[in-house]
Design a protein around this ligand. Structure first.
Ligand code: URP
Ligand code: ZN
Ligand code: ZN
Ligand code: ZN
Length: 466
C-alpha cells in the first residue's frame, strides 16, 4: 500500500515545512517538496490524502496510561482494546502503559500478565513501564531481565502507603540498580505518610466530600517528595523522571535540580493545565469525577506549568489516563472520599488539549509536536522510529485540521467511561486522519482500525542520556 499525503504543512519538533509525505507499507518513504513528485509517483499511489490547509504531524505518544489498571478493588474501565481505539481517535498512535507488580509477584511474571492483557488487543503500538511495589533482592536483579525484555523504566510511589508505597531505602535500592544498568526511575512524588495523617484528621472531623481529596494532598507535600526523590537520585546517580507533576511548588524543585545539571525530567498532564480544584469542589458528588493523584490544584498553578513546558523544565505531556465510571466506580467513595478510585480519563484528548496552548500563544507549533510526540519518543527509547516524520520512520501520522471547532463530550468520545472531565469544553482543532504504521485507522469521522494491529515496542534506553 502506497499513500501520498499531499499539500499539507509537515510539522516536527524543529518547525513546519510545506511537503508531501510518501508512505510505503508501514514506513515513511520520503518527504518531497510540494509539486515535486513526478507522475510516476502519483501513478503508483494507492491513495492520495488531500491535506491542504492541514497540519501533518507525527502520531502522538502518550507515555503514561493505565488501561485495565487494578485500583482500590476495581479496575480502570478502558481495556487495552477500547483505550487504544480511543487513543487512535485522538491522534495518539503509541501508548506506554504500566505493568503493575503485586506484592509477592516477580517482575517477569507481572510482565507476562500484562502482555496477556495487551497482546492482540491494541489498535496502536504500545510499550510498558514497570511499577515496582515489592522491592527485594530478586526484584532488583530482575530489573536487568526487564531491560532485556524491552522495559527499561520503573515507576515507584512515595504515595499510597499500604498499597504501592516504597520507603526511601527501597527507592534507593532500585535507583542504585538503575544507575548501573541505565534504566529510568519514574516517581509518583507525594508524601503519602503525611497525607495519610491529613486524611485521618479530615475523616475524624466528618469531612468526607471529594474536595477533601485535594485539600488533604497540598502541593507542599508534592514538592517535598520531589525534593527527596531528587536527593535520592543524586546520591545514587540514577536518572529521575517525575510523573504527573501538578503544582508550581513541585516544578520549582525540578527546575532547581535541572539548574544544577542533574538528570531530572518531568511530565505534566492536560488536567493540570485545564482543570482546577474548583472542579473537585463541584457540588454534590460531582467532584468525584475529578479525583486523581496528585489532585487538581488552584488555577494559579496553570500559568507556571505552561511556562515550564516552554522552558523544558517540563519535558512532555502524558495523560495518566486511568478512567473509572462515575455511575458505578467513582460511586464507591460516596460518603468517604478515600474510597473514590483515583484517576481521570484523557487519552483521547491530549493532542487537542495541548493544541489549545498553541491557540492561546503559550506554545509554538514545534513545541506542541515536541511535548506530545518527539520528546516522549526520545525519553523512552523510540526515536526515530517514532516521534518524527522522516524517511524510514514508522508511518504514524496525523492529519490535523487546526481551524475546526469541536465540543468535548462523553456523548461523542470513544473512551469506555460514562463521563468526560471536559464536558462541554469547546476546543479549536481536530484530528482528521490517522495512520498507524501506514494503515489508515481513523479517517474523517470513521474508524478503520482493528484490535491486534498494534505491536509491542521493545524500547531502547533514554536517548537523552544514552
Ligand atoms: O490518580 C491517578 N493518578 N491514578 C493513576 C495511578 C497513578 O498514580 O498514576
Ligand atoms: Zn502516579
Ligand atoms: Zn499514573
Ligand atoms: Zn461502567
Amino acid at each position: 500500500m502506497r499513500i501520498v499525503i499531499r499539500g499539507g504543512t509537515v510539522l516536527s519538533s524543529t518547525g513546519a515545512v510545506p511537503a508531501d509525505v510518501v508512505v510505503d507499507g508501514e514506513r515513511v518513504a520520503a518527504l518531497v517538496a510540494p509539486d515535486a513528485l513526478t507522475g510516476d509517483w502519483w501513478g503508483a499511489a494507492d491513495r492520495v490524502i488531500d491535506a491542504s490547509g492541514k497540519y501533518v504531524l507525527p502520531g502522538g505518544i502518550d507515555a503514561h496510561t493505565h488501561m485495565e489498571m487494578p485500583f482500590g478493588g476495581t479496575r480502570a474501565s478502558d481495556t487495552f482494546e477500547t483505550g487504544t481505539r480511543a487513543a487512535a481517535w485522538g491522534g495518539t498512535t503509541t501508548i506506554i502503559d504500566f505493568a503493575v507488580q503485586r506484592r509477592g509477584s516477580s517482575l517477569l511474571s507481572t510482565l507476562d500478565e500484562w502482555h496477556a492483557r495487551a497482546d492482540g488487543n491494541c489498535a496502536v503500538d504500545y510499550g510498558f513501564h514497570m511499577i515496582v511495589s515489592d522491592v527485594n533482592d530478586a526484584t532488583v536483579k530482575e530489573m536487568d531481565a526487564c531491560l532485556a525484555a524491552g522495559v527499561n523504566s520503573f515507576k515507584m510511589f512515595m504515595a499510597y502507603p499500604g498499597a504501592f508505597y516504597a520507603t526511601d531505602g527501597e527507592i534507593l535500592r532500585v535507583m542504585g540498580r538503575a544507575a548501573e544498568n541505565g534504566a529510568m526511575v519514574m516517581m509518583h512524588a507525594e508524601n503519602g505518610i503525611a497525607i495519610d495523617e491529613l486524611v485521618a484528621r479530615a475523616l475524624a472531623a466528618g469531612r468526607t466530600d471529594p474536595v477533601q481529596h485535594g485539600l488533604t494532598r497540598p502541593p507542599e507535600l508534592e514538592a517535598e517528595a520531589v525534593h527527596r526523590a531528587v536527593t535520592l537520585a543524586r546520591v545514587t546517580g540514577a536518572p529521575l523522571y517525575i510523573v504527573h507533576l501538578s503544582s508550581s511548588h513541585a516544578l520549582d524543585e525540578v527546575t532547581a535540580a535541572r539548574d544544577t545539571g542533574q538528570n531530572v525530567f518531568a511530565e505534566t498532564c492536560p488536567q493540570y493545565l485545564h482543570l482546577s480544584l474548583r472542579d473537585l469542589a463541584r457540588p454534590g458528588f460531582e467532584g468525584a469525577k475529578f479525583v486523581c493523584s496528585p489532585p487538581l490544584r488552584p488555577a494559579e498553578h496553570q500559568a507556571p506549568l505552561w511556562r515550564g513546558l516552554r522552558t523544558n523544565d517540563l519535558a512532555l505531556v502524558s495523560t495518566d489516563h486511568c478512567p473509572f465510571c462515575f455511575s458505578e466506580q467513582k460511586e464507591l467513595g460516596r460518603g468517604d472520599f478515600t474510597r473514590i478510585p483515583n484517576g481521570l480519563p484523557g487519552v483521547e484528548h491530549r493532542m487537542d488539549l495541548i493544541h489549545q496552548g498553541v491557540v492561546a500563544g503559550e506554545l509554538s507549533l514545534a513545541r506542541w509536536v515536541e511535548v506530545t510526540s518527539t520528546t516522549p519518543a526520545r525519553m523512552f527509547g523510540l526515536y526515530p522510529r517514532k516521534g518524527v516524520i522522516a524517511p524510514g520512520s514508522d508511518a504514524d501520522i496525523v492529519v490535523y485540521d487546526p481551524t475546526a471547532r469541536q465540543t468535548l463530550s462523553a456523548s461523542t468520545h470513544h473512551m469506555n467511561v460514562d463521563y468526560s472531565a471536559y464536558e462541554g469544553m469547546e476546543v479549536t482543532g481536530r484530528v482528521e486522519t490517522v495512520l498507524s504504521r501506514g494503515r489508515v485507522v481513523v479517517d474523517r469521522g470513521e474508524y478503520h482500525g482493528s484490535p491486534g494491529h498494534g505491536r509491542f515496542l521493545d524500547r531502547a534506553l533514554c536517548q537523552y542520556l544514552n
